[in-house]
Design a protein around this ligand. Structure first.
Ligand SMILES: [Ca+2]
Length: 551
């Protein structure tokens, strides 16, 4: 007890010395959707992201922060502090019968909002939920896993995943579907505006707040108001090959990547820019994508200005990340499901014009009557210098920016940390900094212990006791990271081993050179998979035809 008092005093004086706040911080977790590792200015991009760059310059950038490679599992993992399968969302919103694959948050997990709210935080969410199927909303108990029933005092956003930015399907206020009110409605702007309104509301009370702001930008469809797209009209006219070189050079200059991490070769399925047809249309696709991120940064700017106005910026921890890497998915010319308000794929615009689907040069992306994606060529550039994309667990699929801004406690400016860290750490961080209690039981259900470790010590000192291992599984793609070593496998392929310290871009496979390490790490992955309710991919369905490649 005496020792405890002494430690508490010692910590107290350290806190005074570093001006650490006595009050618990407000916490804002902001997330982009389908954004590559290199897409922010402060991670190597030419896209204007002045607010996020400023947060990075006055805070800490993590260079080895990881997500789960896909929308739903990332959201499940972030919210629960568990690996996605443990929260019931090993894949997407389909119910495959197995406990790790019910496609709906299970009852043996709690969300960060539930934990923070129970310890006295005010809570709200703006944006994309995507951890419960929209199709069951009208059934009894069908809204049990909506944000308000899962710990958020307030919610403005979408229950479902992707959708039109001008007229999003499943747009919801608290527990009811709504329609966009403004004629010039643009989802990213609306999220910023509502986040600002929630902060206004929070500021009326002394209790700290937890805000989860989950943007849908820059996920397809490529939708962006023309005045913002116009800023990037000429930016991409030199094509993706130049862009990858420029971003890689900037990343080296910024110190984000080591000089010996070689740029991966251009994706084999992508033409050299000199040979690419329809260059103007291609440059337009990337200009719209860039505009979507520009606009996202603008919304973040509104939130930061509101915090400044309320004198809350100093003791607010802002975390900014992405849910998965750049997305190589194409776009079908025929919308696959198109009923209003239950799907993000509308047949018509709000004023009745037909929405044109597909990635063809006669459809110039941006406006409400288009539905297109930027696909492999530009996703390859978004993920500079890495290879692979959303869905895969090579570095291009799972590497995320993580900016941490908290002036009251993060005293090093423009700092970087290469600490390997993961979404599971966000629950642990909130519990730690919010002095909250993670429950063992909730509503009579036993709660799975959290998997993560707090990032708090990294914020304060730059160091923490590292994870012994971090794990991934998505659609049969598997990986385990232990210290500098990463073992990774594509579905149906063989294990590959990389020394991430020497070769973060995964070009030099050491699997033959280090059979013992491969064996040990593979066995560790197997025992994790068993523990975390991971099942062999599609073991619940007809086996997929061998060699069939995904979109
Ligand atoms: Ca996503």
């Amino acid at each position: 007890m005496q020792r405890r008092q002494f430690l508490s005093l010692a910590v107290g004086s350290l806190a005074a010395a570093t001006a650490a706040p006595s009050a618990r911080p407000n916490i804002i977790v902001m997330m982009a959707d389908d954004m590559g590792w290199s897409d922010l200015g402060c991670y190597g991009s030419e896209i204007a992201t002045p607010t996020l760059d400023r947060l990075a310059a006055n805070g800490l950038r993590f260079t080895q922060f990881y997500n789960t490679a896909r929308c739903c599992p990332t959201r499940a993992s972030l919210l629960s502090g568990l690996y996605p399968h443990q929260a019931g969302i090993g894949h997407m919103m389909n119910d495959n019968g197995l406990p790790g694959y019910r496609g709906n948050l299970n009852k043996s997990c709690v969300t960060i909002a539930q934990v923070m709210k129970s310890s006295g935080y005010q809570t709200a969410m703006c944006g994309k939920w995507h951890v419960t199927p929209k199709a069951i909303a009208d059934q009894p108990g069908g809204k049990d896993n909506w944000p308000v029933q899962r710990g958020f005092d307030h919610f403005f956003g979408t229950i479902d995943g992707a959708g039109s930015f001008y007229n999003p399907g499943t747009l919801t206020r608290d527990n009811s579907y709504i329609e966009p009110e403004e004629k010039d409605f643009y989802y990213t702007d609306a999220l910023g505006k509502n986040a600002v309104a929630y902060i206004d509301k929070f500021s009326a009370k002394a209790d700290p707040f937890f805000l989860y702001l989950a943007f849908t930008a820059p996920h397809w469809p490529l939708h962006c108001p023309e005045d913002t797209v116009a800023k990037y009209k000429d930016t991409y006219k030199d094509g993706w090959d130049q862009l990858r070189l420029k971003r890689h050079a900037k990343q080296k200059k910024l110190g984000l990547v080591k000089a010996n991490w070689e740029l991966t070769p251009r994706d084999k399925s992508v033409a050299a820019w000199v040979d690419a047809p329809d260059k103007e249309w291609e440059a337009r696709r990337m200009a719209v994508y860039a505009g979507m991120i520009d606009r996202l940064d603008h919304a973040v700017g509104q939130v930061v200005r509101k915090l400044e106005e309320k004198k809350m910026l100093e003791n607010t921890l802002i975390l900014f990340l992405a849910d998965n890497g750049g997305c190589a998915e194409g776009m079908s010319a025929v919308p696959d499901n198109a009923s209003p308000n239950t799907s993000g794929k509308p047949k018509t615009t709000r004023d009745g014009r037909t929405v044109r689907y597909g990635n063809t040069p006669d459809i110039l992306p941006g406006p409400e009557d288009t539905y297109t994606s930027y696909a492999t060529s530009w996703a390859n550039a978004s993920n500079t210098p890495f290879r692979m994309y959303k869905h895969w667990v090579h570095e291009g699929g799972i590497s995320s920016p993580l900016i941490a801004h908290w002036p009251a406690s993060i005293k090093r400016r423009n700092a970087m940390s290469s600490e390997p860290s993961h979404l599971i750490d966000l629950m642990a961080t909130c519990v730690d900094l919010g002095k909250a209690k993670y429950p063992t039981e909730w509503n009579g259900e036993k709660i799975t212990p959290m998997e993560g470790k707090s990032l708090g010590p990294v914020f304060l000192t730059g160091k923490r006791t590292p994870h012994e291992a971090i794990y991934w599984e998505h659609e049969g793609n598997q990986a385990i990271r232990m210290g500098q070593w990463k073992l990774v496998k594509m579905h149906g392929g063989e294990w590959e081993l990389y020394d991430i310290d020497a070769d973060r871009t995964e070009l030099n496979n050491l699997v033959s050179a280090q059979p013992e390490r491969v064996k040990t790490m593979a066995a560790k992955w197997d025992s994790w998979a068993k523990r975390a309710m991971v099942a062999p991919w599609q073991s619940w369905a007809q086996p997929k035809k061998a060699g069939k490649k995904k979109a």
